[in-house]
Design a protein around this ligand. Structure first.
Ligand SMILES: Nc1ncnc2c1ncn2[C@@H]1O[C@H](COP(=O)(O)OP(=O)(O)OP(=O)(O)O)[C@@H](O)[C@H]1O
Ligand SMILES: [Mg+2]
Length: 233
């Protein structure tokens, strides 16, 4: 069990390297995200943002370097904790909901993975749905929801198990502008409520400034610059 102090975790990335074949994509990434803060990751298309995020999630295995979440080393030379052992939630650009499952079943999936008692599921799912403004929608199918609502379900699924790290990969880029602004503000409020450490990949500078305590820019497989920011300004 985690102690109450370990409610949220810092992230420390050191010397991370990853190549696709002979092409290096991460070329020595060093990055720290203090516990309870949001880091926005910006950079040109193809610079490796999603690759870095997937490495944090455990979906890709770096060739070299280390990743630590709080006291847990999740990746180190030879060591690789699978995603389900990293206590994280992830929100994807394309929502990645399972179409054959109801909204409630989609959201309950992380609870099932973590072996949370079945009797708890309905309450936790409703709580997460209420947090994203979709109370009462558990019985719907993803196909019967708008894009914005589907991404709210993606968000509810990411937070339902109250993970200690949240990862976002351009979660709003499939939505139109007005909705993007609304959901961005909602995600900001949610992150402040939960106080979860988060890495948020985006192309949108306004989104980064609205949400993040720190803005990192990637270039040539490394972190090229870091800028402190006051979220909402
Ligand atoms: N499975 C793969 N096999 C080979 N090359 C890949 C693979 N996935 C990504 N790449 C390449 O690695 C580089 C980094 O990709 P990545 O998806 O991390 O970029 P990104 O910064 O997220 O870009 P975008 O902003 O367009 O989403 C790109 O050149 C991409 O073509
Ligand atoms: Mg990407």
């Amino acid at each position: 069990m985690n102690s109450p102090k370990d409610h949220t975790r810092d992230i420390a990335i050191r010397g991370l390297r990853l190549a696709y074949g002979d092409v290096p994509v991460l070329d020595g990434v060093d990055l720290d995200v203090p516990a309870g803060t949001v880091l926005a990751l910006l950079g040109p298309s193809g610079c490796g943002k999603s690759t870095l995020l997937k490495s944090l999630a455990g979906l890709l295995r770096p060739r070299q370097g280390s990743i630590r979440f709080g006291s847990q080393v999740v990746c180190d030379d030879g060591r690789h904790a699978p995603p389900e052992q990293r206590d994280l939630g992830m929100v994807f650009q394309d929502y990645a909901l399972w179409p054959h499952m109801t909204v409630g079943q989609n959201i309950a999936f992380p609870l099932q993975m973590r072996k949370v008692a079945k009797a708890e599921h309905a309450r936790r799912v409703e709580e997460a749905l209420a947090l994203v403004g979709l109370a009462g929608m558990a019985a719907r199918r993803p196909a019967d929801l708008s894009g914005g609502q589907q991404q709210r379900v993606g968000l509810a699924r990411a937070i339902v198990a109250r993970p200690r790290v949240l990862l976002f990969d351009e979660p709003l880029s499939n939505l139109d502008r007005d909705l993007r602004e609304t959901l961005c503000a909602e995600i900001g409020a949610l992150l402040r409520t939960l106080g979860t450490t988060a890495v948020y990949v985006t192309h949108d500078h306004a989104e980064a400034h609205a949400l993040a305590h720190c803005i990192a820019r990637m270039a040539s497989g490394r972190i090229a610059s870091l800028e402190h920011n006051e979220p909402g300004h």
